[in-house]
Design a binder for this molecule. Structure first.
Ligand code: NAP
Ligand code: MG
Length: 508
């Protein structure tokens, strides 16, 4: 008997005067504490990695000095140690990229360059399982996401841009295009492999060579990607990867022989890079932070919207620049939406990233956990109302329970600042005009979501939102053919799609 029928039968039995259990007790019996999942750990037995890494320069893994540890945020154990690239190493990597640009990559035809990108995409697909496991170990994201979202998108990016490599001449009708030279690229820790793919694939398709610096807390999969480049036979020096912290990134972007800089990370560092590059003639794109509004109108399909709200803020522990971290709900439906949302959140499983049932994995670092805790405390102190499901967090590692704030004012820090964690701030509105004004009331301008059953309304509101990406009746959907990027303090330039080629090309 299905649960609904069981509950109804119980009620009917009661009406007949028979001593049958109440509807609530049947529900408790069917769904109560018994509805536990057995552990479903992903096996890591077949995945090997080194204890120490240097850098990947001119097609070779080279030793380095001054090693630092990357840890597994779910266990706090050291995953591996990585060298720090100093000025000499950065010079070496840029020189290798320059040589490769002139002698190996430029002389190839677009079709030949595309062949390498196809090959890389195919190898990523073949090695998807291993990549997903390594990503979850070093980053803390649930295996379900690294396996079903990150890694497939990484492969899709290489395959998509492979298709453009031999079509650059007709990509922008009426214009002639040419590559820029050496691209210096710096990426954050929240989607280590995916950000590397977003940077490397369009750069190579447009005919440039690359020096990439991964984030210091999640460099493992970039090293595995280097192995894949090697396996694909990519000519030496076309992609170079230097490890290190912010200083290494600063040296790379300011290097005089780098022609194009692409940065994804915090608004603060983005601004410092923009200042450092001013007047240098280097091309620059910045993908920075966000405080996305997810707007639910009273004519929205509410159950679907609740799913979208959940994936909008709890996907990747909320470590998502385009997260729907501000929920704007039309006042007439706010009670229903909150009730359904809290019910749904109570079912999220928080814990071991390598368990296939886990919905919310580990917070990426102690630093990030401290930042989330500080901002959540500010929400409580400023008078917002906190809701959190009862869930047991693992004893070690960095974890944070999904959290929702109601009674949030626009002036609260939790409504203004990027939390970059599993924390949702709920605000309300009465009219579409008020929704637009509130959604735009942020220094950022990266993303937004709109939920309504009226197509015309979706388009009208989308046009009025100051956000680079607006989803209609969905959230956090990514596709390599679709451009992504921000306005204002969320940065400038687009990644993905045809637009994503432009920052790597000179158009004449
Ligand atoms: P971050 O501190 O800005 O770091 C990003 C990258 O820059 C890391 O590789 C970092 O190295 C490096 N870096 C630090 N200081 C630098 C400097 N002065 N010059 C050059 N590079 C430097 O940001 P994060 O904490 O890693 O990432 C979280 C932020 O990124 C969030 O604000 C989020 O919104 C944003 N983000 C935006 C997007 C987007 O597409 N718009 C995507 C993902 C994340 P270390 O790792 O050693 O610090
Ligand atoms: Mg790590």
């Amino acid at each position: 008997m299905d649960p609904e029928t069981a509950a109804e039968t119980a009620e009917a039995g009661h009406a007949n005067g028979r001593a049958t259990p109440s509807r609530e007790s049947v529900r408790q019996l069917l769904f109560g504490d018994r509805w536990d999942y057995a552990p479903a750990p992903e096996s890591t037995a077949h995945v090997r990695w080194a204890k120490r890494y240097g850098h990947f320069i001119d097609g070779a893994f080279v030793d380095g000095t001054d090693h630092f540890a990357s840890i597994n945020p779910a266990t706090e154990e050291v995953v591996a140690r990585f060298a720090t690239a100093d000025r000499k190493v950065v010079n070496r990597a840029v020189a290798a990229a320059r040589r490769a640009y002139e002698k190996r990559w430029q002389p190839l035809s677009g079709a030949e360059r595309g062949t390498f990108l196809y090959r890389i995409g195919r190898i990523i697909q073949e090695r998807a399982r291993e990549l997903a496991i390594l990503e979850s170990i070093d980053n803390g994201k649930p295996i379900r996401e690294s396996r079903d979202v990150d890694v497939p998108l990484v492969a899709a990016h290489f395959l998509y841009y492979a298709g453009w490599a031999d079509k650059l001449d007709c990509a922008f009708p009426g214009a002639k295009v040419r590559s820029l030279g050496v691209a210096g690229q710096v990426i954050p820790w929240n989607f280590p492999l995916l950000m590397a793919a977003w940077k490397i694939a369009p750069a190579l398709a447009a005919g440039n060579t690359v020096v990439l610096k991964p984030a210091e807390t999640s460099p493992l999969t970039a090293m595995r990607l280097a192995e894949i480049f090697d396996e694909a036979g990519l000519p030496p020096g076309v992609v170079n990867i230097v490890n290190g912290a912010g200083d290494t990134g600063a040296m790379l972007v300011a290097h005089k022989d780098v022609d194009k800089v692409a940065f994804t990370g915090s608004t603060e560092v983005g601004k410092s890079i923009q200042r450092a590059l001013a007047g240098s003639g280097k091309r620059l794109t910045l993908e920075l932070g966000g405080k996305g509004a997810n707007i639910v109108f009273d004519d929205a399909p509410i159950d679907q919207a609740v799913e979208g709200i959940v994936s909008g803020i709890f996907f990747n522990q909320g470590h998502v620049c385009c997260a729907g971290s501000r929920l704007l709900v039309q006042e007439s439906i706010v009670d229903t939406v909150i009730e359904k949302l809290l019910d749904r959140i109570a079912t999220l499983r928080v814990g071991d990233p390598l368990d296939k049932n886990t919905d919310v994995g580990a917070i990426h670092s102690r630093v990030q956990l401290d930042k989330i805790e500080e901002l959540v405390q500010s929400g409580v102190d400023e008078g917002a109302r906190m809701h959190r499901p009862a869930c047991r967090l693992p004893d070690r590692g960095f974890f944070f329970a999904p959290t929702v704030f109601t009674d949030v004012a626009q002036s609260h820090r939790i409504a203004q600042e990027e939390i970059f964690g599993p924390v949702l701030s709920v605000l309300t509105f009465r009219t579409p005009e008020e929704a637009i004004a509130k959604a735009n009331n942020t220094p950022y301008g990266l993303s937004a979501g709109i939920w309504s059953d009226k197509g015309s309304k979706l388009f009208k509101i989308a046009g009025a939102l100051k956000a680079g990406v607006v989803w209609g009746n969905t959230y956090n959907q990514f596709d390599p053919a679709s451009p992504f990027g921000g306005y204002r303090e969320s940065g400038f330039g687009r990644e993905g799609g045809l637009h994503g080629l432009l920052p790597y090309l000179e158009v004449r």
